[in-house]
Design a protein around this ligand. Structure first.
Ligand code: PLP
Length: 394
């Protein structure tokens, strides 16, 4: 009989089970909303990136439905062959205006936007200087580029400067940070990093996946929030989080976008979005302009919930955004906290190694504009009960 050559995977999975780190996918059996149902269990949902509630916004539904009827369900090709529809071009023009850049290019996801861009604009002879907590898609893009990768400790400007100081002046360098760090909710120190990029002649790149729709005027992101327009050469955003749909994009000069049209491998070798996706994203940009109260509500809820967790005595790290981690240290404890909260009607995902460092496991919470004060209080009461039960708080 043939031996199973993948048997070693069973051993790895057993090890995860023993460490209490084995996860079942939670199945959403309703819409992606602030209160919903996962695994046939009603919960207050603190785990989605649906910051503004746009996944179910009537204007997005309507525009997606209209595009679906007019243009069909798929694009039928990669962008560079027959899969560029006028609606894709309209979305790119709208994103460039939104980000105040010359041009923008849409990718299938934020992941492919980062990985496809970093791996194509840098090569073997170049150097990437990267925050240690940058997103996995940046790390993978950096590896694919074959450039030398220099990692500086999280948000440590002095360490980044020391790395740059030691590099050959003539080398091509990319300095890269997340705008909002997805596991900690803190911000990349953009003004100081842009200074460094200017001084040492680096290409400056920011991944604003969690900042677009959340920070800056009408959600233009951390580049706008910090007044850094014109100082960041490559701005990445996603259409999958606050925008509520699917996709990623890169905004910058016309030349950058033209280059990515020719060299970014996910753009060249993977089919473009269905027209309904592009239509819904355009509608989302309209909503960001016309309904600023959504962002205001997001921030009111963020302040209320973060203050509530801190008053209970939880360690929420250095979060400055709607992402608030509850850091407990041990991976098994984070998963127990998450599971008990779920039983109490609150879905807050447990996150452990390798997504975060072994001793920094946590439950991550994300509030949205659409949570009611009652839902947030319900969640805080559950955190208080379970936190005491597990002796995380006194
Ligand atoms: C910081 C950051 N960048 C990029 C991505 C990838 O975005 P997407 O989900 O659109 O692929 C994520 C999402 O997980 C993220 O948190």
């Amino acid at each position: 009989m043939r031996q199973n050559p993948l048997a070693y995977l069973d051993a790895e999975l057993s090890a995860l089970r023993e460490q209490g780190l084995y996860r079942h996918l939670r199945i959403l059996d309703a819409e992606q909303k602030a209160s919903t149902s996962f695994d046939h269990h009603s919960v207050v949902n603190l785990s989605s990136n649906n910051y503004l509630g746009l996944t179910t916004h009537p204007r997005l539904r309507e525009r997606a439905g209209d595009a679906l009827q007019r243009l069909g369900v798929g694009s039928g090709s990669v962008r560079t062959i027959a899969g560029t529809m006028e609606i894709h071009m309209e979305l790119e023009r709208r994103l460039a205006v939104f980000k105040k850049t010359e041009a923008a290019v849409v990718f299938q996801s934020g992941f492919t936007a980062n990985a496809g861009t970093v791996s194509s604009i840098l090569g073997r002879d170049d150097i990437i200087i990267s925050d240690e907590l940058n997103h996995a898609s940046i790390i993978d893009g950096a590896r694919l580029s074959r450039a030398t990768i220099k990692v500086f400790p999280h948000r440590d400007i002095d360490a980044a400067r020391a790395i740059l100081e030691a590099l050959p002046v003539a080398s091509r360098k990319l300095l890269i940070t997340d705008g909002v760090f997805s596991m900690d909710g803190d911000l990349g120190p953009l003004p100081a990093l842009c200074e460094l990029a200017d001084r040492y002649g680096c290409v400056m790149m920011v991944d604003d996946a969690h900042a677009s729709g959340v920070f800056g005027a009408n959600g233009r992101g951390t580049v706008d929030h910090f007044g850094m327009h014109g100082r960041v050469d490559v701005q990445v955003g996603t259409l999958s989080k606050a925008i509520g749909v699917l996709g990623g994009y890169v905004a910058g000069t016309r030349a950058l976008v033209d280059f990515l049209y020719h060299r970014a491998r996910p753009f060249l070798f993977s089919t473009s979005h269905p027209p309904a996706v592009a239509a819904a994203c355009i509608a989302a940009l309209d909503v960001l302009e016309s309904e600023p109260q959504l962002m205001e509500r997001l921030w009111t809820n963020t302040r209320l919930f973060k203050a509530g967790l801190q008053a209970l005595g939880f360690n929420t790290g250095g979060s400055e955004s709607p992402i608030t981690p509850v850091i407990v240290g041990d991976g098994g404890l984070a998963m127990r906290l998450s599971d008990r909260l779920f039983q109490e009607g609150v879905f807050a995902q447990g996150i452990a190694f390798p997504t975060v460092a072994r001793d920094r496991a946590r439950v991550r919470t994300i509030v949205t504009a659409t949570h009611t004060p009652q839902e947030l209080q319900f969640a805080l009461d559950a955190f208080a009960r379970v936190g005491r039960e597990l002796r995380i708080i006194g």
